[in-house]
Write a protein that binds this ligand. Structure first.
Ligand code: SF4
Length: 356
């Protein structure tokens, strides 16, 4: 007999750990798919046409798992000019894009006024483009550097046109893990505080998880639980997105050669448990950029209801060896191939165009 779960009952942390450790992968997929259908009964799989813009690669945080950052004096360190940013947005608009995922580097010297000018410039010139930008570490650092509160940073950037914030930098919400993989990065409570403050101001965000370094199954479930608890309080997370650590060119791989590349099975297993556990987070994205398009497609049968972005430009995980790409037509074909209905969405998960 297969695995039985009451899908209307909340999973406990112990149940989630048991599922990760012991459940049959196909059975898990069946349950996560049933949960997805409960939340998204129409069989529509969405995607967004956006562009990552990394306005700088200069960063003082030096995360051991990151191959993207540079220091100010490095030859290939950069800060994009407004003109360079505009050109990228023009290209995005030309292909029907609606959103920019706008993130650094955490530049050691830039203060709130610089960010206000930047957001204002983009928003005034491109009011139709949603600015989904600045992860918790950037917000926290701008606050400290500018000697103002996290709330004030969020209020001021929101007033200039910042629409929502990405969940990057959550990694695993356990200080024990963070102290090993990114000791200078903001702690778990500060990541949660930034998102809670944002939600209170009406700024929605996403939650993420990067697994596959030094965490345990219990740490992963703790991470899920932190997100579920904050979501119970605020309802501000639109989606959950998880991916595995991409090790190429990173200091973490040199320091911890025992870290193994994560399998596709592991990805699907964790994704399914995330779908079952995070009963209050409406959307789960598939990370085809790190897993490849076919596992990304398979994830739709393991609980994901969204294929994320067509990724016109991606600089961060590609610096660490993930080199997958897909255009809108390929994405539509992949979705149809598993019997789902493809639709383009905006940042708020509202349908813009249907392809069925
Ligand atoms: S992950 Fe982000 S914060 Fe960490 S070093 Fe890379 S760019 Fe900086």
């Amino acid at each position: 007999m297969g695995l039985e779960l009451d899908l209307n009952k909340r999973l406990t942390k112990q149940e989630a750990v048991d599922l990760i450790k012991n459940a049959d992968l196909k059975e898990l997929g069946r349950l996560a798919y049933a949960k997805k259908k409960q939340l998204h009964p129409k069989g529509v799989t969405t995607f967004v046409v956006d562009r990552n813009i990394n306005y700088t690669n200069i960063c003082w945080v030096d995360c051991d798992f990151c191959a993207f950052y540079r220091h100010e004096k490095d030859e290939d360190a950069y800060i994009l000019t407004f003109d360079e940013i505009d050109k990228k947005i023009d290209e995005l608009i030309a292909i029907g894009g609606t959103q920019i995922l706008f993130q650094g580097g955490v530049h050691p010297k830039l203060e709130i006024e610089w960010y206000e000018d930047l957001v204002e410039h983009i928003h005034n010139k491109y009011p139709q483009v949603t600015i989904h930008g600045f992860s918790a570490i950037e917000i926290d650092y701008i606050a400290r550097r500018s000697d103002i509160s996290i709330k004030e940073v969020l209020e001021r950037l929101h007033a200039k046109g910042l629409s929502s914030i990405p969940g990057a930098g959550a990694e695993i919400l356990s200080d024990k893990v963070r102290d090993i993989i990114a000791p200078k990065k903001l702690d778990k409570d500060t990541w949660l505080e930034v998102h809670e403050e944002a939600h209170k101001l009406g700024i929605k965000s996403t939650a993420t998880m990067m697994y596959g370094t030094v965490e345990s199954d219990e740490d992963i479930v703790e991470h899920f639980d932190e997100i579920r608890r904050l979501q119970d309080k605020t309802g501000g997370f639109r989606a959950f997105i998880m991916w595995s650590f991409q090790g190429k060119n990173t200091a973490l791989m040199e320091k911890h050669p025992e870290i193994k590349k994560q399998s596709s099975n592991r990805y699907l297993r964790l994704l399914a448990v995330a779908r079952l556990f995070l009963d209050n987070v409406p959307n789960i994205q598939s990370s085809w950029v790190t897993q490849g398009s076919y596992i990304g497609q398979m994830a739709l049968n393991w609980g994901a209801n969204d294929l994320g972005s067509t990724m016109m430009e991606e600089n961060v995980v590609s610096a660490a060896g993930a080199a997958n790409s897909m255009n809108q037509q390929e994405m539509i074909a992949l979705i149809k191939d598993v019997g789902e209905k493809p639709a383009k969405r905006n940042t708020a998960y509202e349908i813009l165009e249907r392809y069925y």
